[in-house]
Design a protein around this ligand. Structure first.
Ligand code: QAP
Ligand code: CO
Length: 168
């Protein structure tokens, strides 16, 4: 078990498109365990492998709800089920300290493999629907700041760059 380093915006490695997992083997299981450790340590609710510089289609989530506790999504796909939109104040472990409202489809069907490599599907709404879309975006090299105005995105980039310089 290990705590991995989380890449932060505007790190260009967050722009990589992740590759599908071919087999859920011991390496993937170790990655999943390390991602849970990393997410817990950082007090997150969702983490995509892209954020720890592993460009494979793996997501972990812990929404802290009894119904939807620790969850793993490998090679996830979503289908938008209707036109309803859920505006949600989003944050991201790769954009620490910033939260902004993002509009996303409210109601989706998720299809993925679980931690054992078994296919499942699940209808989602509320936080699960928002979070899975946010995390799948990471696998595509996309961040929630990409939905904001260029002005807001630039402001966040400058502030984080300043913090990174101070930490260096
Ligand atoms: C993605 O985000 C998400 O800025 C998961 O200082 C967030 O776990 C999906 C975090 C909201 C839907 C709604 C962010 C922790 C955690 C921070 C996270 C921070 C510390 C973010
Ligand atoms: Co994120």
């Amino acid at each position: 078990m290990a705590i991995l380093k989380i890449l932060e915006f505007p790190d260009p490695r967050l722009r990589n498109v992740a590759k599908p997992v071919t087999t859920v083997d011991e390496t993937i299981k170790r990655l999943v365990a390390d991602m849970f450790d990393t997410m817990k340590d950082a007090q997150g609710i969702g983490l995509a492998a892209s954020q720890v510089d592993v460009h494979q289609r793996v997501i972990v989530m812990n929404l802290g709800d009894e119904d939807i506790g620790p969850r793993v999504f490998i090679n996830p796909e979503i289908e938008v089920l209707d036109d309803s939109i859920d505006p949600y104040e989003e944050g991201c472990l790769s954009v620490p300290g910033f939260y902004e409202k993002v509009d996303r489809p409210a109601h989706v069907m998720i299809r993925a493999l679980d931690a054992e490599g078994n296919a499942f599907e699940e209808e989602a709404q509320g936080l699960l629907a928002v979070c899975i879309q946010h995390e799948i975006d990471h696998l595509e090299g996309k961040l929630f700041v990409d939905y904001l105005s260029p002005f807001k995105r630039q402001r966040i980039r400058k502030k984080l760059e300043k913090i990174h310089r101070q930490n260096a």
